[in-house]
Design a protein around this ligand. Structure first.
Ligand SMILES: Cc1cc2nc3c(=O)[nH]c(=O)nc-3n(C[C@H](O)[C@H](O)[C@H](O)COP(=O)(O)O)c2cc1C
Length: 182
């Protein structure tokens, strides 16, 4: 069975994007194996610390290498993706072995989703798509899928996904399964 590894861009407990990830996981069903990357111990990148590879970085690279595909679910911060997501992918973009060119992410299949305000995270997804292309990832769809939260979610922290949003999540999940298995 193929393995999808989620990269969650929000660190907050009541995150809208974590709720979106739950919907995506439900839409994927048992067609694929699912895991989530733990990366909160990855320090800001510093080339002085690249070799020997820090243990946290070696672990996230191994987790990414063991997955068939990555699904990034991220909030939009100031028209882009959060800095810790950039830091993670900066580390992942560097060679796995000193003096070699192979990275953990080159050629890896990926898709992106995000939920936030009125623009449905469009700027985040555009910026992330540029980064993913730059580091040689195999993006299913240039700018993934984005959603705006229902108005009451800003106060309640509970996202109510509309039928239309659920149908879109299902479509992306089905397309991604086909993309991974192709
Ligand atoms: C630093 C920062 C910048 C933000 N910039 C944007 C933005 O550009 N567009 C937007 O719609 N929301 C923006 N927001 C609001 C987030 O979309 C909102 O807080 C959302 O709940 C974050 O996702 P989460 O619930 O998954 O953590 C920003 C929030 C933060 C903390």
């Amino acid at each position: 069975m193929k393995k999808v590894l989620f990269v969650q861009g929000s660190l907050r407990k009541l995150s809208f994007n974590r709720q979106l990830q739950k919907e995506i996981v439900a839409a994927l069903g048992d067609a694929v194996e699912i895991d989530e990357l733990a990366y909160d111990d990855v320090a800001p990148i510093n080339q002085d610390d690249e070799w020997p590879t820090p243990a946290s970085v070696a672990r996230v690279r191994a987790d990414v290498q063991a997955a068939d595909a990555i699904w990034i679910v991220s909030p939009q911060y100031n028209g882009s993706f959060p800095g810790h997501v950039k830091n993670l992918f900066d580390w992942l973009s560097r060679p796995v072995e000193q003096g070699k060119s192979a990275t953990a992410v080159k050629g890896k299949k990926v898709t992106v989703s995000g939920i936030g305000g009125r623009t449905q995270t469009a700027e985040m997804r555009a910026a992330l798509s540029t980064l993913l292309r730059f580091i040689g990832m195999d993006t299913m769809d240039e700018e993934g899928s984005g959603y705006a939260v229902n108005a009451s979610a800003w106060a309640s922290n509970v996202v109510e996904f509309s039928d239309e949003q659920q149908a879109s999540i299902k479509r992306q999940a089905e397309s991604f399964i086909a993309f991974i298995e192709a």
